[in-house]
Ligand binder design. Structure first.
Ligand code: ADP
Length: 227
């Protein structure tokens, strides 16, 4: 764990330098103009670099969870505001891929006590997966309601689904189902592990149902108040 943490930290700085250098070449005319082919090649380098940066971010996230340094601080927030905010971040991807998004929640949904940053990471991950593993023109739906002193959140898509024989493994670190690798060869397989750890630290739990070729639903249950 210490080794991973040190290496990941050491890699971050030069990777950021590469990111900004490529960014300047691609966007800043003062560095000289590029031909279309040169631009396309640099874009590829930029995207690969982004993937490594994201992988390292995930690795550092896990390392902090495992070493107990992942501090949580709970405050009451409107989860709907958080969801709308996250959906705005994904707006261009949603439009580009023509995904129909719906958010359903009853009037006057109460606030919930969460660590806002961590809950953002949870919902970002689930929404990102739903979009990634859904074909163009697909659907993403979020449903929220309260049962007793718990909030239930369902994140559903009508995408590729998870093969039955691999469903038992999807929360394992680095595990990725075969059909997911075909859609996105570069994923890390760390997202759901992080998501479940964060949900558990909130005193909640998480399950899913998935039909290969039809879609996947993730069910989150979270206590309204943190004790
Ligand atoms: P990654 O998306 O980087 O592969 P995750 O940890 O987020 O990693 O997910 C682990 C695996 O669970 C994915 O590789 C995929 O096989 C499966 N999975 C997660 N979400 C979905 C989804 N919405 N639809 C289909 N498969 C999913």
């Amino acid at each position: 764990s210490e080794f991973v943490s040190t290496v990941a930290h050491q890699l971050r700085t030069p990777l950021s330098a590469i990111k900004w250098t490529l960014d300047i070449l691609l966007k800043d005319a003062t560095a000289g103009s590029l031909s279309i082919d040169q631009k396309a090649l640099l874009m590829k380098a930029y995207e690969s670099n982004e993937r490594i940066i994201n992988l390292i971010r995930d690795m550092l996230g896990i390392d902090r969870i495992e070493s107990g340094m992942f501090g949580f601080s709970f405050i009451e927030i409107s989860i709907i505001d958080l969801i709308n905010n996250i959906l705005e971040e994904f707006a261009s991807q949603i439009n580009r891929r023509n995904i129909t998004v719906s958010v359903k929640s009853p009037e006057g949904l109460p606030k919930i006590s969460v660590d806002p940053q961590k809950m953002r990471a949870v919902l970002q991950n689930l929404i990102e997966n739903a979009l990634k593993y859904t074909k163009e023109g697909g659907t993403l739906s979020l449903e929220l309601h309260v049962e007793g002193d718990k909030m239930k959140i369902v994140v559903a898509d009508n995408g590729i689904g998870i093969p039955k024989e691999q469903q038992a493994d999807i929360f394992k670190r680095f595990f990725r189902a075969e059909n997911a690798k075909a859609v996105d060869p570069e994923g890390s397989g760390l997202g759901l592990f992080i998501v479940r750890t964060i949900i558990n630290r909130h005193g909640g739990d998480m399950t899913f149902e998935s039909e290969p070729g039809k879609g996947t639903k993730f069910f989150l249950t979270l206590p309204l108040h943190h004790t």
